[in-house]
Design a protein around this ligand. Structure first.
Ligand code: SF4
Length: 336
């Protein structure tokens, strides 16, 4: 059975922070919040769900930092829908430093499916340069509290923040895995208008990543999540999140198929690694089996992966086909 989130964006409420990349109005597209409108949004989404299972997902801000009374009302609303059997529970996003023993005690009273933590980086230099207002130690503590309470958490991280490097990003991914995350999200850094990061671009103190750089660095991180068996729920922002509007988007690696390109790069690396173990395949026909539904991803945008393999190996032909027994990014190669 398919599963969906019903995203309810709770904008910037209660957030005193000023992360350099954040323009919360832009990212969520939300401008107001009231319980009745949340109910309307949930009911409208439920009407389109068919037989999918779903969760109410309070996204977009720092849920556990909003006005306490409003937070409790929203949790109770989620509980009401859960008890009615309309949804499986509640998912919420928040900052690591907004998880405390008291918050965990509150969350334990409600049907929480997962807490999505905006970890962004485990490198204190990167966190400071991004003006996140919390440290890596805060994240370690938040994950410990959630883990010990048995509340599943997802680690959200960003690629290409100020002062960040490929190495600091792969270290962050390893930390997210070792701290016990049940899932991950990867967000290559987009520069929005009216943010401190846009000013940094104008002053020359920050250079946004190219699409290629974002793909390569995100793929390196995705390979770590894959190796640890931590599912990656999303790569990149939704295409509709103001990314086509010049009043909203300023700079950075926006591509509508960014997630697919990253996953495709991981397939390419897997294929290249297996080919290396096979020795020369010049003038041979190569048959690559990939999991069901992954042929176009493994082939690459505009057959990029296939062409690269042909060029690099001198093989006579490359055929990519499905093998339902495979999963994840596992592949097998036959040389004919
Ligand atoms: S904590 Fe979240 S909502 Fe607040 S400024 Fe940072 S990114 Fe924006």
């Amino acid at each position: 059975m398919k599963h969906s989130n019903i995203p309810i964006f709770i904008q910037h409420m209660g957030c005193p922070n000023q992360c350099v990349f954040c323009d919360q109005h832009t990212i969520t597209g939300a401008h107001s919040f009231c319980e009745e409108s949340v109910r309307r949004d949930i009911d409208a989404a439920l009407a389109t769900m068919g037989d999918r299972t779903c969760e109410i997902a309070y996204f977009g801000g720092s849920f556990t930092g909003i006005d306490r009374e409003q937070m409790l009302r929203l949790l109770e609303l989620g509980q009401e829908y859960t008890e009615r059997g309309a949804v499986c529970g509640i998912r919420l996003s928040t900052r690591p430093d907004y998880i405390s023993p008291e918050i965990v005690e509150i969350l334990l009273q409600y049907p929480i499916c997962a807490v999505e933590l905006g970890i962004q980086s485990m490198d204190d230099r990167v966190l400071a340069a991004s003006r996140r207002g919390h440290s890596a130690a805060d994240t370690v503590q938040a994950c410990k509290l959630l883990r010990e309470a048995g509340i599943p958490f997802v680690g959200q991280m960003m690629i290409g923040l100020p002062e960040s490097s490929g190495q600091s990003e792969t270290e962050t991914a390893k930390c997210i895995c070792s701290m016990g995350a049940c899932g991950a999200r990867i967000y290559p850094c987009i520069v929005f208008q009216h943010t401190a990061l846009a000013d940094m671009v104008r002053s020359g103190s920050y250079s946004p990543m190219s699409v290629e750089e974002a793909v390569a660095r995100s793929a390196a991180v995705l390979e770590i999540f894959d190796a640890w068996g931590v599912p990656c729920l999303k790569i990149g922002l939704h295409d509709g999140q103001g990314l086509h509007d010049p009043d909203t988007y300023f700079a950075g690696p926006h591509h509508p198929a960014l997630g697919e390109m990253v996953r495709s790069r991981v397939f390419l690396h897997k294929i290249e690694a297996v080919l290396q173990t096979l020795g020369g395949v010049q003038e041979k026909a190569i048959q690559i089996a990939v999991p069901a539904g992954c042929i176009s991803m493994a082939t690459g945008q505009k057959k990029e992966n296939k062409l690269r393999i042909l060029e690099k190996t001198g093989a006579k032909s490359v055929k990519i086909l499905e093998n339902k027994a495979l999963c994840g990014y596992n592949i097998t190669i036959d040389v004919l």
